[in-house]
Write a protein that binds this ligand. Structure first.
Ligand code: ADP
Ligand code: MG
Length: 316
């Protein structure tokens, strides 16, 4: 059984490329770039709540960092440094190899240094803190939407929720569909390049972790505005399109896709189309910010009634 220090050295300590001092001392030392603000966020994944005890370790390592990178994307920040605090029931070499490969692989891909953390024995629990930077005054905040803004979303919505429903036996997918949806669930792609590009385009942004209605609701609340969302415009994968009305709750209330929702002036539509082409990423206009409060979902026959909305709130 390796000691805590051997375990850290073997699986987590890597030379820091972008920090003054990384893992191994009482604290890491960071230097912020001139003219930058630091964006800091933390997210905890708890066994039994956020993942099953049988979760594949490599996917879990990826996801633990990906959900934090997604918060940086939603702020328009470039992620720089991460801290990893982890409680483990036992030092399982196979699990640690997989987990650290998933985590460090994604960190490397985004040029993020793992600069510290804490390792302790206990029920499996993973907490990541992410630090990024953004030019002064340029961060994408929830409270900056304006009345008349378009509402946009990246990628496709609902795949992760359908992947989860499939895994729980609540929906039947073909093998290729299941692979596609569970991949989004297990290995979400944080939209970093989109987030940084939106700094000079969007007014407000959020990442979709709890479903579009809930997360756009946070923009409404913080910006003291209402939003209307056109159900038919919501970007669906072929799987969701095939499932039809049965997939609507996943579209509007499915969490875990980690796409971005943002608002921008009508005058920026051409810039957003050009950005979509440059990134090779679908960007879809799905609604509009209005005076008032809350999110209004508009179906083909008008507003969804309260009963439908309740169903969506309780989905998942
Ligand atoms: P301390 O006793 O000062 O809290 P630790 O023994 O907990 O120090 O950690 C030793 C070093 O290893 C520190 O630099 C800490 O940040 C780092 N560290 C601990 N656990 C992890 C981990 N899971 N991933 C990355 N770095 C870690
Ligand atoms: Mg410690």
């Amino acid at each position: 059984m390796p000691s805590e220090f051997e375990l850290i050295a073997r699986y987590f300590a890597r030379p820091a490329k972008r920090a003054v001092l990384g893992v191994g001392d009482d604290a890491a030392l960071l230097r912020a770039a001139a003219g930058a603000e630091l964006a800091v966020s933390t997210d905890m994944l708890v066994s039994g709540t956020h993942f099953g005890s049988d979760a594949e370790p490599r996917a879990l390592g990826h996801k633990a960092l990906a959900v934090n990178l997604s918060d940086m994307a939603a702020m328009g920040a470039r992620p720089r440094w991460a801290l990893l605090s982890i409680a483990l029931p036992r030092a399982d070499a196979r699990w640690l190899r997989g987990f650290s490969a998933g985590f460090l692989g994604l960190a490397r891909a985004h040029q993020v240094d793992l600069i510290g953390g804490d390792t302790t024995r206990g029920p499996l629990n993973v907490c990541v803190t992410i630090i990024g930077d953004v030019p002064r005054g340029r961060a994408l905040r929830r409270d900056r939407a304006r009345s008349g803004d378009d509402v946009w979303v990246s990628g496709e919505l609902g795949n992760a929720a359908i992947g989860l429903a499939h895994r729980q036996g609540n929906v039947r997918l073909k093998p290729a569909e299941a692979r596609r949806c569970t991949r989004v669930l297990d290995r979400p792609t944080p939209r970093i390049a989109l987030g940084t590009a939106l700094r000079t385009i969007a007014h407000a942004a959020i990442d979709i972790s709890d479903g579009l209605a809930a997360d756009l609701g946070h923009i409404c609340e913080r910006s003291a505005l209402a939003a209307e969302v056109w159900m038919q415009q919501l970007p669906r994968s072929r799987v969701l399109a095939r499932l039809g009305a049965a997939a609507e709750p996943a579209l509007i209330a499915g969490g875990d896709d980690y796409e971005l929702c943002f608002t921008a002036a009508v005058a920026r539509r051409a810039d957003i189309a050009a950005l979509s082409a440059r990134l090779g990423l679908r960007l879809t206009r799905v609604g509009r910010m209005r005076r008032g409060r809350g999110v209004r979902l508009l179906g083909p026959d008008g507003p969804l009634d309260a009963r439908d909305k309740r169903g969506y709130d309780h989905f998942g």
